[in-house]
Design a protein around this ligand. Structure first.
Ligand code: HEC
Length: 119
C-alpha cells in the first residue's frame, strides 16, 4: 500500500515537473520573440494567415473576412493607439491578442504595420 502511494506521488510529481518544463519553454520563447524585436516573424506567425505576409490581406481567410489592406490610407490614417487597440482587443472578426502578446509586442506590430505604409 505504501509503495502504491509512493508510486502515485511519483507519477503526479513527474506530471507537474513536465508541465512546469513545458510552460517554462513557452515563456522563454515568448520572451525571446519580444527581446529580438522581430516583429516581422511575429506578424508572419500570428497575423499573416488573415492579413498576408505583406499586409495586403490576399489570403483565403483574409478575403473571406474582407480584411482591409493594412497598407491602405484608411488603415494608415488611424493612430498608433487605435491600431494597438484593435490588435489587443480585437474587432468583429479580428481576434484579440492581449492575452497572447505583450504590450511591447503589440507596439512592435504597430510599427511593423507602419513600415507597410512606407513601401
Ligand atoms: C482570423 C483572422 C485575423 C487574424 C489572425 C488577425 N487579424 Fe487583424 N483583422 C482581421 C479582420 C477581419 C479585421 C477587420 C475588423 C473590422 O474592422 O471589422 C482586422 C483588422 C485589423 C486591424 C485594423 C485595420 C482596419 O481594418 O482598420 C489591424 C491593425 C490588424 N487587424 C492587425 C492584426 C495583427 C497585428 C494581427 C496579428 C497579431 C492580426 N491582425 C491578426 C482578421 C484577423
Amino acid at each position: 500500500m505504501k509503495l502504491l502511494i509512493k508510486k502515485l506521488v511519483g507519477v503526479a510529481f513527474a506530471g507537474i515537473a513536465l508541465s512546469i518544463a513545458v510552460s517554462l519553454t513557452h515563456a522563454t520563447r515568448t520572451a525571446t520573440a519580444s527581446f529580438d524585436g522581430n516583429a516581422a516573424v511575429l506578424f508572419k506567425d500570428k497575423c499573416a494567415s488573415c492579413h498576408g505576409e505583406d499586409g495586403m490581406g490576399n489570403t483565403p481567410p483574409g478575403k473571406q473576412l474582407k480584411v482591409r489592406n493594412l497598407r491602405s490610407a484608411e488603415v494608415q490614417k488611424q493612430s498608433d493607439a487605435q491600431l494597438a487597440a484593435v490588435i489587443a482587443k480585437g474587432k468583429d472578426k479580428m481576434p484579440p491578442f492581449e492575452k497572447s502578446l505583450s504590450k511591447e509586442q503589440v507596439s512592435q506590430l504597430v510599427a511593423h504595420i507602419r513600415q507597410f505604409g512606407k513601401k
